[in-house]
Design a protein around this ligand. Sequence first.
Ligand code: GTP
Ligand code: MG
Length: 675
Amino acid sequence: MKDVGQVRNLAVAGHGGCGKTSLCDLILFKAGAVERRGRVEQKTSVSDYTPDEQEKLSSIYATPLFCTWQNTDLFMIDTPGYGEFIGEASSAIRACDNILVVIDAASGLDVGSTRAWKIAREQGKPRFFFINKLDGERADYFKTLEQLQEAYGKTVCVPFTLPIGNNADFKSVHHVIRSTEAAPQEIEEYVKKYKELLMDTIAESDEALMTRYLDGEELSESEISKGLHKAIQEGSLVPVFAGSVEKDIGITELMNSFVNLYSHPLATGKIKLNDGAEIDGSVDGEPLALVFKSVVDPFIGQMTFFKVRNGVFKSDSEVFNVSTQAKERFGTIMIMDGKTQIPVDKVGPGTIAAIAKLKNTKISNTLSSGSNAHLLPEMVFPKPVMSYAVTAVKSGEDEKIISGLSKLAECDPTMKISRHEETHELLLSGMGDQHLHIIIKKLKDNAKVDVNLKSPKIPYRETITSVADSMYRHKKQSGGHGQFAEVHLRVAPNEAGFEFVNDIVGGAIPRNFIPAVEKGVVEAMARGPLAGCTVENMKVSVYDGKFHPVDSSEMAFKIASRMAFRKAMEMARPVLLEPIMKVAIMVPDDYTGDITGDLNHKRGRILGMGVEEGFEVVNAEVPLVEMSKYATELRSMTHGRGQFEMEFSRYEVVPAAIAGDIINKFKVENQHLEE
Ligand SMILES: Nc1nc2c(ncn2[C@@H]2O[C@H](COP(=O)(O)OP(=O)(O)OP(=O)(O)O)[C@@H](O)[C@H]2O)c(=O)[nH]1
Ligand SMILES: [Mg+2]
């Protein structure tokens, strides 16, 4: 275990395909952690080692990696850039102390990098940008830099390395403060400008430095680094690096900067807790670790990944899960480099490690040594935006599906399984089509069960728009005991939900039968007359009726009430209601026209547009039925450059023409019930 000053960790984040995994593979190779450079396309990547990732030639999971550079332990987590795997990326960003946002110099600032930036900024994590693929044909360093500066601030995003040569002629990078050679003419002006800006930042960090700087003295390497730490830590300075992973240009400079410019894990001296308070951080202090990933390995079983925040954890020791208040036992702690496990005796602050076979520990839990230890901030995850209704191919396998999916959900906070109260379907929800199909594949592999997927039924509801009265007499005379009950009901629209009122005066219906009348209404409301949906928002009062001293019974009143309700509802101008979703769509501005046009077709209402972090955000309300495939549609409309969030807003009346189709379809499907 290295001294905490010689430990750094970072999450490598950004848009899909910008070169994150290739960068990590190159770093591991340059640092000597692997003998051969791994390559995504050749399926030899250390990070993209799972069969699913190798098939896709892109990352699906956040993968912890490890190497040593300049006598410093470097823990990296390579994250997937593809939007549907945001759960993996966001927990890695939350776990790491520093974030490296990689940008493809051809496409510039994109949704993936923006999203990574946003999570990192909200978490107050120091950020770096790496503008990659500068060897590419369409690469444009200065345009990309301009976009970054426009979105996040001209004096915030400051180049530390600038490219010499472009595209196929991209040869090397010039380090703004460290290069000893003169800058080529093409970038001379930039080097001068940014060097001044950085030296000012350094001077401002410390009065003694300021005096020496103003006296024209040269500052040492360590003074320069120290002078920049504070600004980087606070996020008022975001170093921008240039390079090409393909050609291994600018990568050494980037790796050096991890050591020189990222602070060590206890640099701020404070550890933030879940309740907003802070404690002093130290290597000798209370051990605290955050669980950021958990997988079920078919061979090893449960594997839990954690980031040590404070103190030291030892192999073969008792550990306490503060979040669940459960005792756990640590076997051998392992530092992970892709699938390679490096067993260690102990791990200190900043270390990213894994442990097998914990029993009661999930993502976002805090591990420590005792029950009254502090709790680290819990992670929040984006809400699912797409669902499938799941049924078993073979009958009788429902339980197997539910338990298999529940196990998977424990390792993936962006998937949810639920039984819909109104449609009774088993719903699997997640971040998009690919995410859900990977879950189903895992279910098949782990639980050996096949499922059918279809779009979920829309939980339409029914209500009324006017007042109506009705009466029903239930009377049966069939030898012996007969059945008799008469119920008069009044129904009225009611914003506040369902309300049942007993307006009987003079005992027209004896008091003991009133609960049966209410029950009849409630039962009828479970299946409305239009399309068999739940009925809501109405006031029902029973105001008259008749009974028979011998033939009346609870059953008779329930039946009469149910029938009276149906008649009343049909007369009260019933309407169909549909769920309306609140949607926020984030796209590069050249797609805004397509997006709003499409929303108009979807009966969407645009609530407003704004710019967030350099992107156009379209806020709208759209019926759920129109959004069931939106994750896929948005991807194809924007070539993977858009993202969206969605949550339930309210129910609204379905326009008559559309309602007519839904009602007719329901009638056809349920004909057999009526015959
Ligand atoms: N020309 C060029 N290609 C590069 C460079 N860096 C990466 N690539 C290629 O870009 C493609 C995507 O690279 P990856 O490393 O898989 O990208 P990623 O960011 O990990 O992608 P996701 O895992 O899907 O988020 C691969 O074919 C790489 O070989 C570069 O500097 N120049
Ligand atoms: Mg990748």
